[in-house]
Each structure stands twice: as structure tokens, then as C-alpha cells.
Design a protein around this ligand. Structure first.
Ligand SMILES: [Zn+2]
Length: 194
């Protein structure tokens, strides 16, 4: 909870509490509505290091399974949602559920061709839903409190120069995941030397 306060504006924190308040059957339609209106999928901390923050959509994806043990029951069907942003956020959220296993990801998700805007750190890029999901589910960091994990990644990698394993270009990212400015290769600094 304290970790979350560091990355959410006071206004978004209030909206999050309103969204996740009340009895379970009312919560999911509000969450789905929020995710379906998102114009981008934000994976973790975004923005330059001095203004690192998370979006309300991302914060909700982490908090929903922590507060509602029933979350997986709606999140699994949401992987077939017509809205690509709902699918992406539902998957991020599912990865925080004890019921989640990578082999439960339906193949149909990986075949979705809709183009989605993705954000991570100081980077934004367009990629099909299926390709983005494939990256989201690859080598997910070990289970740990998601806010702790976010914090830890920032502590380790914020502002540190790393080298692209593909073309060797050096650049700085706000968190673990980086996108090479030269060749657009995406990689996690924690899984490479740099
Ligand atoms: Zn590169």
C-alpha cells in the first residue's frame, strides 16, 4: 500500500479506492470499463526517472487480485474480451493470482493482431496484442509483492546505462525493461550483462 502511494497521484489513489470499493459483483464491471477505455497498456513504471509513476489501470491490475480472492474467475474469461486493452491488463492482473500458470494462456490470445500502444519506462511503442502478450508472459519475475518488485527494479535500474544486446548501442532507461533507441530491440537489463 505504501509502495503504491509513491507512484500514484493523490487523485488516482482516490479513484482506485472508489473503483475497488464495495461488494465483489459490482467491482469487475467498473474495472473492465476502466481497462476498455485505456488508450495504452502500461507495463510497470512509466515516465522519466524524475517523474516515475504508474497509471490507474496498471495499479488496479496489481491491486485487484490482492483484494479479491475471486478475481481469477473473471480474469480468465477476460482473456477472450473483444477489447485488446482489457485482455492485456487482465493478463497482467492474472499473473498476480495464485491460480495463474503460463500454460493456461489460450493460444487464441497470441494470435490477436490488433495493434496496441505499449508503454514501459520512458518508452512507448506499437505492437500487436499477441506479440505484446508473448513478451509479457516470458520469464515473468519471481512471485513477490508486485509493488516491492516494481520498487526493486527501479532501485536497481533507474537511470543506469545499459547496452543493447543486439546492436550494442548504449542508453539509459527508467526501469528494468528498455527499448533500444537505435534498433528498437526490447530487453530486460536484469537478463543481460548491461
Ligand atoms: Zn539495439
Amino acid at each position: 500500500m505504501n509502495q503504491m502511494r509513491e507512484y500514484l497521484s493523490a487523485e488516482d489513489l482516490q479513484r482506485l479506492e472508489q473503483l475497488l470499493a464495495g461488494s465483489w459483483p459490482d467491482v469487475w464491471p467498473r474495472v473492465r470499463e476502466l481497462w476498455s477505455r485505456a488508450d495504452a497498456v502500461c507495463m510497470g513504471i512509466i515516465g522519466p526517472a524524475t517523474q516515475a509513476h504508474v497509471t490507474l489501470e496498471f495499479a488496479v491490475s496489481l491491486e485487484l487480485p490482492k483484494r479479491y480472492a475471486q478475481a481469477a474467475k473473471v480474469l480468465f474469461p477476460a482473456l477472450h474480451d473483444p477489447s485488446p486493452t482489457v485482455v492485456a491488463y487482465a493478463l497482467q492482473s492474472l499473473q498476480e493470482c495464485p491460480e495463474w500458470q503460463k500454460d493456461k494462456l489460450p493460444d487464441s490470445v497470441l494470435k490477436r493482431q490488433e495493434m496496441v500502444q505499449w508503454h514501459s519506462g520512458c518508452f512507448g511503442w506499437k505492437q500487436s496484442l499477441g506479440e505484446g502478450i508473448a513478451e509479457l508472459t516470458a520469464d515473468h519475475p519471481q512471485a513477490q509483492d508486485p509493488w516491492e518488485r516494481t520498487k526493486e527494479a527501479e532501485r536497481r535500474w533507474a537511470g543506469r546505462e545499459r547496452s543493447c544486446p543486439k546492436c550494442g548501442a548504449s542508453f539509459v532507461s527508467v526501469q528494468d525493461l528498455g527499448v533500444c533507441p537505435k534498433c528498437q530491440h526490447r530487453f530486460r537489463a536484469s537478463q543481460n550483462d548491461g
